[in-house]
Design a protein around this ligand. Structure first.
Ligand code: GLU
Length: 552
């Protein structure tokens, strides 16, 4: 009776029951095996690549199984909330090809029958469950002040005891309802704690869908379930939400693994059906030989915005992440080069249990493949869209020469070994700048690259001779024969074997002559096919390049 009274005093306005909500949010009518998953970020504004990683796993599994993927906003820590963060999350996920079937659709809007999907709007629900537990004596008000809790902690640490509010240290656990009511009537501040039924001598066995069989001691901490501001803690909220939203699989970061004993216990105490759990390994980085977490402060690649700013196609990032999820993705991709990545089925059981290593080199390789497979028109379109935002000068130049640029993006694309020049749109400028006089002639002389064995003066001699003989209107074979003839005339060797036998009799190889021409027109030692570049540039530009090279 007095427990009833205590529950009434604490939650006078709560008139519903857990059963009411269980009926209101019935089991979903989905086909056998369909997974209901969710992305449940706190709206703190910063989009971490780990968030996209977690969302991708949840989204893929729901989609593969014809289930539901929904967005729940976990905003019970209102101090950390950043304005616009919900819209930003939705836009980011959309940009990465992920749309939610259900949940928040904007700052103040949502869709679906299992809402509200924002924890701050679910207060009444959490309180209903808390009131029920209070009535049953499974939860109690705790009046310890922050100072008291600090002292307790210090004492426990000094005595090498496990810190926390539990067992004999749980001062208010044994308070009678009458004593509690008296304190509340005296306006003493309190929070609600779970009266943990756990015993650390006992172990809980558990099967995580990524980590496999695990076992840990039962939770014996009287964890907080409702804070001083009336809002629930993550532990309490997620258990109720996932039960009421009929989540079948909670797939979240492994930082939550250590809280699992609390969560398992909460589901038991609440009498709610527990979803399956999978804990995703944290994305790590190799930092001078040692592994560490990707850091928001030190690693720009931890922010999702980095990929957009650098101009990684979304598909590249997604394929890279799929590769971390299941290493078999790489093989699948090799066998199905043109298939949509959505047709690759991910499998939690095949995921690495330990920290996933973030490897930008691998990302670049994957991205080069992705861009390499794009048609030149698509490369043009994507590049200009990126440049419009991040490199206005290039955007202006490239769009003023649209057809030329499409030819440029087409160089060496056909054939068995197409070129893989770009990993991201930010790489394009450096690789195509020489098609634009505005950029080319602004380059400082020290950036001009020459063939390895050729000095500038010798390169000029070559260009002087070649410039006179140069014939624009020829096919590639004739062009090369003519170049060779000039080279031989100047003392270069056209035959590798011959050159190897008598290197002293020659100034170098024909490759050095071609390299000098390349350098004169592009200032670079490596470019795609030289003949094609010269054809795209046109006769006048090429000749001008030769003349200006002589003045260097
Ligand atoms: N709001 C929690 C977080 O951002 C979600 C964890 C979960 O997915 O349950 O870490």
């Amino acid at each position: 009776m007095s427990l009833e009274k205590l529950a009434e005093i604490i939650f006078p306005n709560i008139d519903k029951t857990p059963e009411y909500y269980m009926e209101k949010y019935p089991r979903r009518n989905l086909k056998e095996g369909a997974m209901v998953t969710r992305y449940a970020p706190s709206p703190t504004g910063f989009q971490h690549i780990g968030g996209v990683f977690a969302a991708l796993i949840n989204e893929r599994l729901a989609c593969q199984s014809e289930g539901v993927f929904y967005l729940r906003i976990e905003d019970t820590d209102q101090k950390r909330e950043v304005e616009g963060a919900i819209d930003d999350t939705i836009a980011t996920m959309h940009n990465f090809g992920m749309d939610f079937n259900e949940g928040m659709t904007g700052q103040d809007t949502s869709k679906g029958e299992y809402g509200p999907y924002r924890q701050s709007e679910r207060e009444e629900i959490y309180k209903t469950f808390a009131k029920d537990l209070l009535r049953k004596g499974l939860v109690y008000p705790c009046f310890s002040t922050p100072e008291e809790l600090n002292e307790l902690r210090e004492m426990q640490i000094a005595n090498k005891l496990t810190p926390g509010y539990y067992g004999e240290f749980a001062k208010y656990r044994g308070l009678s309802p009458e004593e509690a009511i008296e304190k509340i009537n005296n306006e003493e501040q309190y929070i609600l704690r779970l009266k943990s039924p756990g015993n650390i001598e006992k172990r809980v066995e558990f099967k995580d869908l990524i980590k496999g069989e695990i076992s840990f001691p039962e939770n014996n901490q009287d964890v907080v379930i409702i804070k001083g501001d009336g809002l629930p803690t993550y532990h309490f909220a997620h258990a109720i939400d996932d039960a009421l939203m009929r989540t079948t699989h909670v797939i979240r970061g492994e930082e939550w693994l250590s809280s699992l004993p609390i969560h398992i216990q909460l589901f038991e105490v609440l009498g709610l059906e527990r979803p399956e759990y999978a804990h995703i390994p944290t994305i790590m980085k190799n930092d001078n030989g040692s592994k560490r977490k990707l850091s928001k402060r030190k690693d720009p690649e931890s922010a999702v915005s980095y990929y957009r700013e650098e101009g990684y196609p979304v598909q590249s990032v997604i394929e890279y992440l799929l590769n971390i999820i299941n290493s078999s993705f790489e093989e699948w991709r090799a066998e199905n080069p043109n298939e949509d990545y959505h047709n690759f089925n991910i499998d939690l059981g095949k995921m690495s249990k330990s920290g996933a290593l973030f490897d930008i080199v691998k990302l670049n390789d994957i991205s080069k493949d992705v861009i390499c497979k794009m048609k030149p028109e698509k490369v043009y379109e994507n590049y200009t869209a990126w440049a419009k935002e991040f490199d206005k000068e290039m955007c202006g130049l490239v769009t003023s020469k649209e057809s030329m640029m499409k030819e440029v993006f087409n160089i060496d694309k056909e054939g068995p070994k197409p070129r893989k020049d770009f990993a991201k749109w930010n790489d394009v400028r450096e690789k195509v700048f020489y098609f634009f006089n505005e950029l080319f002639y602004n380059e400082k002389a020290e950036h001009v690259e020459l063939p390895k064995n050729v000095e500038l003066e010798e390169a000029k001699r070559i260009i002087e001779a070649y410039g006179k003989a140069y014939n624009f209107n020829t096919d590639k074979d004739t062009w090369f024969e003519e170049l060779k003839a000039v080279g031989i005339e100047l003392g270069y060797c056209a035959n590798r074997k011959e050159f190897k036998l008598n290197p002293d009799q020659f100034k170098g190889m024909i490759a050095d002559v071609a390299g000098s021409v390349r350098s004169a027109i592009s200032h670079r030692a490596n470019t795609p096919d030289l003949y094609t570049i010269m054809q795209i540039m046109g006769e006048n530009m090429v000749k001008e390049r030769f003349n200006k090279f002589l003045d260097l």
